[in-house]
Design a protein around this ligand. Structure first.
Ligand code: C5P
Length: 308
């Protein structure tokens, strides 16, 4: 057995999130474009008799460390399905906001799957890992692959998107978190009685991604969950307005929120928008990130950021 493994996993944003009506199983059919950005969690795995987890870093105190922890659930699921009897000691260093709409929990599940797979040498294929990922959560398969990809079904069915170039984003972290089920439920209330079209990804967005033009991409960003997130967290509307008036090309609530993300022209404009958002006092913190970046990756020993 390998002595220790560290995996780095990115956050995601949804460049487009088109949501259909509620399904009998409580989920919603989606058509979305996932985009992985350079805000990461690190998952460090060492051999142990039991499965346990410790969490440090951003909002670590808000992450459960019992059986509800998605990384723990991932390790237990992988052991069950592969007949592994060993445990694992997981240590997570959070860089992705908790309950922020950036798939932080999903990233930890994907990271734990990959780390335990390497530690236990299960020999599962990427497809088999992706199947387990989908059982753990709708966004977990994307956290494994990263890049830019179209998600359908509940978000777990992925096809790579043709995308050119690199984009600069400013991520505005909000106070507190939003519960994803609550945001979906609010959306259902806001749209009650309406006949909803099939969710689909717009041609405009796909063309913008192929062109690599951030101005075109900014004009095509959209999120059906945004009105519901802004209804539950009214300060988000002001944050979006502040980012745009500071010069961002476009701004959007990330997934179910309350994190907001702003597309900017370049690193210089990212700095301007970050400074303006910080000075406004409307946000908890800001991060300047780039996308797309790869999904969950084993990090060479000695290159992990903080966990030892
Ligand atoms: O799949 P995951 O556990 O991440 O989903 C969390 C919650 O988000 C679900 O229980 C559901 O309420 C909502 N959801 C949804 N439709 C999706 C994905 C998530 O309604 N496609």
């Amino acid at each position: 057995m390998t002595a220790e493994v560290t995996v780095r996993v990115p956050a995601k944003i949804n460049l487009e999130l088109s949501v259909g009506g509620p399904r009998p199983d409580g989920y919603h059919d989606l058509a979305t474009v996932f985009h992985a950005v350079s805000l990461v969690d690190e998952i460090h795995a060492t051999p142990a008799d039991e499965v346990s987890v410790e969490v440090e870093g951003l909002q670590a105190d808000q992450v459960p460390t019992d059986g509800r922890n998605l990384a723990v659930r991932a390790a237990v699921l992988l052991a069950e399905r592969t007949g592994v009897e060993a445990g694992v000691r997981l240590r997570i260093r959070k860089g992705i906001p908790v309950a922020g709409g950036m798939a932080g929990g999903s990233a930890d599940a994907a990271g734990a799957l990959l780390a335990c797979d390497a530690l236990w040498r299960t020999g599962l294929s990427r497809d088999e890992l992706s199947g387990l990922a989908a059982e753990l959560g709708s966004d977990v398969p994307f956290s494994l692959v990263g890049g830019t990809a179209i998600g359908t079904g509940r978000g777990e069915r992925l096809t790579p998107a043709l995308a050119r170039g690199e984009y600069h984003w400013v991520v505005a972290l909000a106070e507190g978190g939003l519960s994803t089920p609550r945001v979906y439920a609010r959306l259902d209330q806001l749209r009650a009685g309406r006949v909803l079209p099939e969710p689909e990804v717009s041609t405009r967005l796909m063309q913008a991604l192929r062109s690599g033009d951030p101005v075109a991409l900014a004009g095509a960003l959209s999120n059906d969950l945004q009105p519901a997130a802004c209804d539950l967290a009214p300060q988000l509307a002001r944050t979006l307005e502040l980012g745009r008036s500071a010069g961002a090309l476009g701004g959007i609530v990330s997934g179910s929120g309350p994190t907001t993300v702003f597309l900017v022209r370049d690193a210089e404009q990212a700095l301007d928008v970050s400074v303006a958002l910080t000075a406004s006092g409307a946000v908890r913190d800001v991060r300047r990130v780039r996308g797309p970046v790869p999904g969950a990756r084993v990090v060479e020993p000695g290159r992990a950021a903080g966990i030892r």
